[in-house]
Design a protein around this ligand. Sequence first.
Ligand SMILES: NC(=O)c1ccc[n+]([C@@H]2O[C@H](COP(=O)([O-])OP(=O)(O)OC[C@H]3O[C@@H](n4cnc5c(N)ncnc54)[C@H](O)[C@@H]3O)[C@@H](O)[C@H]2O)c1
Length: 444
Amino acid sequence: MRIAVVGTGYVGLVAGTCFAEMGNHVTCVDIDEEKIARLKQGEIPIYEPGLSELVLSNHSHGRLDFSTTLVDAVADARVVFIAVGTPPGKDGSADLSAVFKVAADIGKAANGPKLIVDKSTVPVGTAARVKVLANEHSSHPIAVCSNPEFLKEGAAIDDFMKPDRVVIGAENAEDFELMDELYAPFVRNGAPILHMDPTSAEMTKYAANAMLATRISFMNEVARICDLVGADVSNVRRGIGSDARIGKPFLYPGIGYGGSCFPKDVKAIMATAKQNGYVFQILEAVEAVNQLQKGLMVEKVVDIFGEDLTGITIGLWGLAFKPRTDDMREAPAITICRELKARGAYIKACDPEALATGREAIGDHIDEYLEDMYDVADGCDAVIVCTEWNEYRNPDFDRLGGSMKRKLILDGRNILLERELQAHNFDRYGVGIPPILSSSKVKQ
Ligand SMILES: NC(=O)c1ccc[n+]([C@@H]2O[C@H](COP(=O)([O-])OP(=O)(O)OC[C@H]3O[C@@H](n4cnc5c(N)ncnc54)[C@H](O)[C@@H]3O)[C@@H](O)[C@H]2O)c1
């Protein structure tokens, strides 16, 4: 099948590449000329494991192309995906200006019947509005369906290739058939393709992200209470996660959720509720807890060193909002650096993939951006683990102990091994787990 994907970001590039991998001819379109030029030269603008190899091989086989010219890509395609960004507007509702601009442009470019697929995360009713807009500008019939995307950054290729389910919201059998044909190669493992109306499909995406964000904030509150009563949240997590009614995923406490999806989608569904005369009370709490949680490591630093952090050097391991991505959108590290800097701390940081994007997002709130985690720790009063990259799980504690001013780690992701910390006389504060207090002495 010939496909166009408009918007070549984390979702558009992954979706387009995976469709090409299954033998389709795909043109990925973007208004970002530099991004398209880099892709044409085989340079991948984002970090996503496994993506580079797939892009290069499909591009070289002629199944995947990149363009800034929407008109040509749409003229060639039977199905046109919209995968542009839908950032939060001032009131928290999704800013749909890019989606609507693309919908009108597709209408103008249509040279025959087209199926537009909304893959961007969009509020309820958007597919209907896209349909009206596209048809206003077209003399050919344009159908629209909703096909929300559930991939996770860091595992995007795997998620897209082997989805738990595919949700399709369409209005007629022909559109369902076209979409089923497109997705058939991805569901050979038996994952369901769920057919529904576009409104329910749009709602499904927000409900999924809202539920996952709720689990995270719930566990972060449980962790805070564990801290207060001396319980260990890791045990509690295992205890409740083994209950089949609850399940294990998304029960890890930490320093708050970030990224391009949860924060904005929680806000957007709250805005949708409000516009329809309802207050989504649980999500108001979910969001408030998340804001509080982003400040947890700063609270701990202040408890230890006091409000004035002048002369204190803090190292950050990890900047991205989660491992295996370079995405800095709404990353807790941004809040942590701002708050520490405001109190006078000197900050050093590293991240295996997000140094460039981190610098863009945090700028001079970080004093030194470094490649190496040990260079970051060198001379520090404390290191904060912000992102649970695998390389931070088993550090060389002898080396760290020799170079840090004080053997103190604030483990925002609870990833360091207790016995190793104890064996090397490190102090460690985590999230909802009992502190380890073994040394606490500043070296002379
Ligand atoms: N990132 C994720 O993990 C994820 C997961 C599921 C769903 N989503 C949703 O998918 C959508 C895209 O997210 P993303 O993370 O890929 O965003 P992104 O910012 O990485 O990419 C969006 C791309 O759209 C391009 N664009 C904007 N206006 C355009 C226009 N008029 N014509 C052509 N291109 C245009 C931008 O230049 C950018 O390259 C959002 O609605 C998001 O909520 C994202």
